[in-house]
Design a protein around this ligand. Structure first.
Ligand code: ATP
Ligand code: MG
Length: 378
């Protein structure tokens, strides 16, 4: 991020910021706007709040419209802007001065990753938290993913509506082709990502914690038949044609269940990104059996894998947005994370911390900015 123009985003008022190339440490008390600043930057990457807030909530209380504009330099320079009108409920996005007809074509231009204390939810939460992680990651980094996901969701909603209305086999089945085509794509791309990065994920966990053996594996609902993995399943998601075939067969198998429940009971909307710890030859889910520290470690490893994905897919260093990220990690672990980030490359870092002493460990050489009641002083 080189320049950032803020207008009425949360409590940040009207400001123009010029970022040093190596980044900055933003220091301020609680509730001054540190996370809001990172949220604004990441909004220009994903056009949504990483905290899950609605656009209306991002608009300053006393205003109806917010506007953001940011530019990045390097191999893939871009200027991205986004505006939202609360009254008209209209969002507008542009890249290099041209309005984007579709939001999807403007996604992922900055190449940013957020590390936040709430990331632990990625690990502790249910399967939908991890599907959401994959959906955002792949939407920003893989061509064609958003289209497949949106297509799948539409077909699923229509099929469910037909099931609920008891519309009969033909009316329900009319959506199957779209469901299977898009759904297989989604499963395949998620599976491919997990397979590519599972080794790195485990290595990150080990490097951060020094000991834990934690593994990541994609478990497609279609592959596992809802139960334990079957023989030959490892290769399942590799072959999109095979996924389609299996999806069709499972839809047929589950037809009566679907009719009875009035909802589609198989498909990627039930997939799981399994995170497991191996302990005494038993494999346990981090989600239920991991300690607090192990969960935070696994969450950080997911974000590190996300940063590495950006590096590989786009050939640029990711902008790291560290939101008081290591607040709950012990000093040894947070030092390990910073070393890992540094070893992998030196992208720009924007970090926030309530106190100077917290910033010292994470970004000793970064320029300091202060923030008070939304006003940033460089
Ligand atoms: P902490 O250290 O506790 O995480 P922070 O500096 O990260 O604090 P933020 O979450 O960035 O704090 O900002 C919180 C502040 O932003 C609160 O004072 C809140 O009232 C204000 N705020 C949130 N949304 C809006 C909005 N739409 N308009 C104006 N102010 C807002
Ligand atoms: Mg905060």
């Amino acid at each position: 991020m080189r320049e950032l123009e803020l207008r009425h985003f949360r409590n940040l008022g009207v400001q123009e910021l010029h970022f040093p190339p190596e980044g900055v440490a933003v220091i301020g008390d609680n509730a001054q706007g540190k996370t809001n600043l990172l949220e604004a930057i990441y909004y220009l990457e994903s056009f949504r709040s990483f905290r899950g807030a609605a656009d209306g909530e991002l608009t300053a209380f006393s205003e109806d419209v917010f506007y953001l504009k940011g530019s990045v330099e390097g191999d893939r320079p871009a200027t991205v802007s986004a505006g939202f009108d609360r009254k008209r409920r209209k969002k507008k996005v542009s890249v290099d001065g041209t309005d984007a007809q579709r939001m999807s074509s403007a996604l992922g231009r900055l190449g940013a990753v957020v590390f936040s204390p709430s990331d632990v939810e990625l690990v502790s939460g249910g399967p939908s938290a991890r599907r959401r992680f994959l959906d955002i990651l792949l939407s920003l980094n893989r061509e064609g993913y958003v289209e497949a996901l949106v297509g799948y969701r539409k077909a699923l909603a229509q099929r469910n509506a037909a099931l609920k209305a008891n519309a009969g086999a033909a009316a329900v089945g009319a959506w199957d082709q779209g469901l299977v085509g898009h759904g297989a794509r989604v499963t395949h791309m998620r599976h491919e990502w997990a397979t590519t990065w599972s080794g790195a994920f485990s290595a990150y966990c080990t490097a951060i914690s020094g000991c834990d053996s934690v593994a990541m594996k994609y478990r497609p609902d279609l592959g596992a038949g809802g139960g334990e993995p079957r023989a030959g399943e490892e290769a399942f998601g590799d072959d999109e044609g095979l996924v389609q075939e299996r999806f069709r067969a499972r839809l047929a198998e589950n037809w009566e269940t679907d009719v009875r429940r009035g909802v589609t009971t198989v498909g990627p909307h039930r997939d799981e990104l399994l995170l497991t710890i191996t302990s005494r030859a038993r494999s346990l889910q981090v989600r239920t059996f991991g300690s607090g520290g192990q969960r935070r470690t696994a969450a950080l490893a997911l974000r590190l894998a996300e940063a590495a994905t950006i590096r590989r897919e786009r050939g640029t260093e990711p902008i790291l947005l560290l939101d008081d990220a290591f607040a709950e990690l012990d000093e040894g672990r947070s030092r390990q994370v910073m070393e890992l980030l540094r070893d992998e490359g030196t992208g720009q870092v924007v970090l926030t911390a309530p106190k100077e002493s917290d910033a010292r460990l994470r970004g000793p050489s970064l320029e300091r900015w202060r923030i008070h009641q939304g006003v940033i002083e460089a």
